[in-house]
Design a protein around this ligand. Structure first.
Ligand code: GAL
Length: 655
């Protein structure tokens, strides 16, 4: 670890059985020795609460803590997080462990932070046990107050689901072949699952903090590729620093996806330093096919996280294990040993991070962009409902597509939770933000009225926070205010897909773009609304959409609102951004060279520019100002400020 420049270790995350081998035996000796050995070598410990997975003896003596799946089957022990978030018995054991750890390590100078649980929600997010049922009833009562309010919110008149008292409220357990759960009930169950785990985290944190005050707490979030597991906008304020586990997405969007996930993390960090708690030096072992990282990707990905605002780079795992479920998962020290490409890469990274730190990177913050793409966990959950016009809706992926579209158009966007304050941005984008409350719509309309540019996607604002459809035409959220702002009204959705055999699989737009999934039949209602593109051609005609508006712009107060009434791929979103959003975006951070991801981290004293090629091609940079700090797979040109950054290379300069 010394050789690699490691200075922090997250320790004992799955070691409850070692710390408490049986109910009445405690064993801290091994952990004391490791912490001391690390500490004396200058390596700090981010010590786990160790409650992520309980020892087998606990499951044997208290099988009632095991979660239950939606079919009523008990979820067996043997993997991780095999416990009910609402089990009072499990909580008692977990808090006892937290207190013992806090007492034992409260004065240990080498323990510098507490690492709570692990990826809360990964394996026990959906629990259908009787404990969960009782807790859900209490949660609903606290939320709605009266049973009438719940009946109204859940629309229980439909399918004879009227609830007479909170004792009749049900969890969305398996209901036979008919998988269509009442959407507001499902959405509340998602919120409930989030809240129960957040409460559990808080109880653990508070138990430790009472005994060991003053040390920072974190827990590793899961934001990457296909996951944004919990409503982290609610969690971020409950930790002292956020940390994330990011696993890469193979293929051409590898770096873009990483940057997009990090853009959300940087917003969740609330202006404080944040950690990449886990990523991989090379392949993982949990996909059907596990691609390794190519030469340089270990360094490139790590520095890309730094470029996007991360202040610490950690990996799962230090030593690649010899046995167990994750033996084929890459590590910092691989099976081959220290004489290996991976370990040499890890050592090289250690040096680069030290160089950046010595050059004053600590304390700098990522420069914000002028555009915020808004993300909402609630909409992410809502789009998974099996009751929608299309089951292909995916809010998180649409966020990513827009993010890539901006990069391809030479602009960087931030990703910001809908619930946060985004009023300082110039432009906001709402991609498939399916559910918007009246209050959300009011904030959005006020933003436009006072000069902002709002871009509303095709399946945004169809329902409110209770999953009630806004009436009078789509998108109906905000009692018509969203439609007013956009100056449009739509009556029907046109859904394409392989289900519709013999039907067109795509429809063209008058400006050359193509839609493949979802089209709104947009009618222009605003006096000054402009039609920017219509559906056009044979396929459009076949679906009675020919000549109908597809993309519109409406002046609203001092600002304007765009409606993108159909789905578009990244290339077409890029064209749209280039054509229509270049002007409002002009004052935003722009990057002339779209082959490169360019970010800036700043403090009062210095600015660091990061340049990373987005594709496989090497890129030539000219006129780069500042002193080079890191030149990884990068050559300096003859002319001042010129560089060649090769595939997976990174250039960092300091101004
Ligand atoms: C994370 C988890 C780690 C390890 C890793 C493998 O989800 O926190 O313990 O399993 O994935 O990629």
């Amino acid at each position: 670890m010394g050789q690699a420049g490691v200075n922090t270790v997250a320790l004992a995350i799955f070691s409850w059985d070692r710390i408490q081998p049986t109910e009445d035996r405690w064993n801290f000796g091994w952990l004391d020795r490791i912490i001391e050995k690390l500490g004396k070598a200058g390596i700090a410990t981010d010590l786990a609460s160790a409650t992520a997975t309980a020892p087998l003896w606990l499951y044997e003596s208290h099988p009632e803590v095991l979660p239950v799946d939606r079919y009523g089957h008990i979820v067996n022990a043997g993997s991780r997080q095999s416990w009910q978030p609402t089990s009072p018995v499990f909580k008692e054991y977990a808090l006892r462990l937290c207190r013992r750890l806090a007492e034992h390590y409260k004065d240990n100078p080498y323990v510098t932070a507490w690492h709570m649980g692990n990826e809360y929600g990964w394996n026990n997010r959906y629990d259908y046990s009787d404990n969960a049922l009782a807790a859900f009833r209490t949660w609903c009562e606290a939320k709605y107050g009266t049973i009438d309010a719940l009946n109204e919110a859940w629309g229980t008149a439909f399918w004879s689901q009227h609830v007479n008292s909170f004792d009749e409220v049900l969890l969305p357990r398996h209901m036979g072949g008919d998988a269509m759960v009442n959407p507001p009930q499902q959405l509340d169950y998602e919120r409930f699952g989030n809240d129960m785990l957040l409460d559990f985290y808080k109880a653990e944190r508070d138990a430790i903090e009472q005994i060991c005050p003053g040390k920072p707490f974190t827990t590793n979030f899961m934001v990457s590729t296909d996951q944004c597991v919990m409503d982290y906008a609610k969690w971020a304020g409950e930790v002292d620093f956020v940390s994330n586990d990011h696993y890469f997405h193979e293929g051409e969007s590898h770096l873009d996806e990483l940057a997009c996930s990090d853009a959300l993390m940087d917003s969740l960090a609330l202006g404080k330093p944040w950690y990449v708690m886990e990523h991989s030096t090379s392949a993982v072992q949990w996909k059907p096919l596990n691609a390794r990282k190519r030469a340089g990707e270990l360094m490139r990905d790590s520095l890309a996280h730094v470029a996007m605002g991360a202040d610490a780079i950690c990996f799962f795992q230090w030593r690649q294990s010899k046995s167990g479920a994750e033996a084929f998962h890459s590590a910092m020290l691989p099976h081959a040993g220290a004489d290996s490409k991976v370990f040499r890469g890890v050592c090289e990274l250690g040096k680069a991070l030290k160089t950046l730190s010595d050059a004053g990177l600590q304390g700098t913050e990522l420069e914000r962009a002028g555009t915020a793409i808004l993300f909402s966990s609630e909409s992410e959950w809502a789009t998974r409902s099996e009751t929608l016009p299309s089951m292909k809706l995916n809010h998180w992926h649409d966020v990513r597509d827009w993010y890539r579209g901006f990069l391809d158009a030479g602009l960087r966007a931030d990703v910001v939770p809908l619930a946060y304050d985004w009023t300082d941005y110039k432009t906001i984008v709402l991609p498939t933000v399916l559910s918007l409350s009246d209050e959300d719509v009011r904030r959005i309309a006020d933003f436009a009225k006072t000069g902002g540019t709002v871009i509303v996607g095709y399946a945004t604002g169809l329902v409110d926070e209770y999953f009630h459809i806004g009436l009078g035409g789509y998108p109906g959220a905000g009692n018509g205010l969203l439609r007013d702002m956009l100056g449009i009204r739509s009556e029907e959705f046109n859904i394409l897909g392989e289900e519709a055999e013999g039907e067109p699989s795509e429809i063209s737009l008058s400006n050359g773009l193509t839609t493949r999934l979802w089209q709104n039949d947009v009618n222009v209602t605003g006096e000054h609304a402009q039609v920017l593109a219509t559906y056009a051609g044979e396929e459009a005609d076949e679906w009675e959409l020919d000549g109908m508006a597809a993309v519109t712009r409406n002046p609203y107060g001092a600002g304007e609102a765009y409606f993108v009434g159909c789905d578009l791929d990244v290339a077409d979103l890029t064209k749209l951004i280039r054509t229509y959003l270049a002007a409002p975006a002009q004052s935003q951070q722009s990057q002339a060279n779209t082959d490169v991801l360019h970010t800036v981290r700043k403090s009062a004293d210095a600015a660091f520019d990061f340049y990373l090629p987005r594709g496989k091609k090497e890129v030539e940079l000219q006129g780069v100002e500042g002193e080079p700090v890191v030149l990884f797979q990068t050559e300096r040109g003859e002319e001042n400020g010129s560089y060649t950054v090769r595939r997976n290379g990174v250039l960092v300069v300091r101004r």
